[in-house]
Ligand binder design. Structure first.
Ligand code: NAP
Length: 252
């Protein structure tokens, strides 16, 4: 089940947190993985070494996913190394916080550029290297909207993740004829650098965990497992959907 032997994958933001969890899950299932990072080359190199230790081919590819020229260069590197891509995980993302009235245009543009435009740019380039049976997985969030989770202070982030769900559905329709599946994973609260500030705050953590039926935050490997499933042949009839991995938050 979920055998990815011989598949070539790219995980954006694979150097840390959820991205690292996804890289390792895909590699454990047999995939060769390209680990994209933005600025932390040492972390990316360490993840690449872990993939190689599992006996899978790996490479590190630097690019700011919001910059088209850098994205094109990254995919050129993959084309030259592998000549194809079977799995793209659009994981790179950033978060900042501000009350709505204080949110700056710069904060809005930055979050939109990385979280939403980055997925668009990478997916367009990836499709050029993909054949039927390939998979694209976009990281959304339970903050994507439409599911009754009210968050404050992150209007730009929630708007970007709502956009990811809309993008995912449209891509699934447009790319079905090419035999490419596109789905989203919507994590709840997962332990990573992005959430360590809020999880370190005891009061905040108490309030947060009270909303999660499983009573704890998730781990990057929980998202990795979901990605390995959606990347596999077993998920070939699943496209245009959102898989919530939230410890039961939305059901609670
Ligand atoms: P994280 O720990 O902050 O890691 C972010 C990753 O994204 C790093 O690998 C970073 O690379 C990369 N990155 C940031 N900006 C980039 C850019 N412009 N171009 C390329 N890579 C870039 O975040 P995380 O918690 O693992 O989150 C991963 C994804 O899951 C994000 O899309 C996030 O919105 C989503 N998500 C997270 C949670 C959660 O609870 N953690 C919940 C819902 C959704 P460097 O190491 O080089 O900086």
């Amino acid at each position: 089940m979920f055998d990815l032997t011989g598949k070539k994958a790219l995980v954006t933001g694979g150097s840390r947190g959820i991205g690292r969890g996804i890289v390792l899950a895909l590699a454990k299932q047999g995939a060769a993985v390209a680990v994209n990072y933005h600025s932390r080359v040492d972390e990316a190199a360490a993840v690449m070494a872990e993939v190689k230790k599992l006996g899978r081919p790996a490479l590190v590819v630097q690019a700011d996913v919001s910059q088209k020229d850098q994205v094109i260069k990254m995919f050129d590197q993959i084309r030259q190394t592998w000549g194809q891509l079977d799995i793209l995980v659009n994981n790179a993302g950033i978060l900042s916080q501000a009350p709505f009235q204080d949110l700056t245009e710069e904060q809005w543009d930055q979050v939109m550029a990385v979280n939403l435009k980055g997925q668009f740019l990478c997916s367009q380039e990836a499709v050029k290297l993909m054949k039927p049976g390939s998979k694209i997985i976009n990281l959304a969030s339970i903050a994507s909207g439409g599911v009754g989770v009210g968050f404050g202070l992150i209007a730009h982030y929630t708007a970007s993740k709502g956009g990811v769900v809309a993008l995912t559905e449209n891509m699934a329709v447009d790319l079905a004829a090419k035999g490419i599946n596109t789905n989203a994973i919507a994590p709840g609260v997962i332990e990573s650098d992005m959430t360590k500030g809020m999880l370190a705050d005891e009061q905040y953590q108490k309030g947060l965990l009270a909303r999660i039926p499983k009573g704890k935050a998730g781990k990057p490997e929980d998202i990795g497992a979901a990605a390995a499933f959606l990347a596999s042949d077993e998920a070939s009839y699943i496209t245009g959907t959102v898989l919530y991995v939230d410890g039961g938050w939305l059901a609670g």
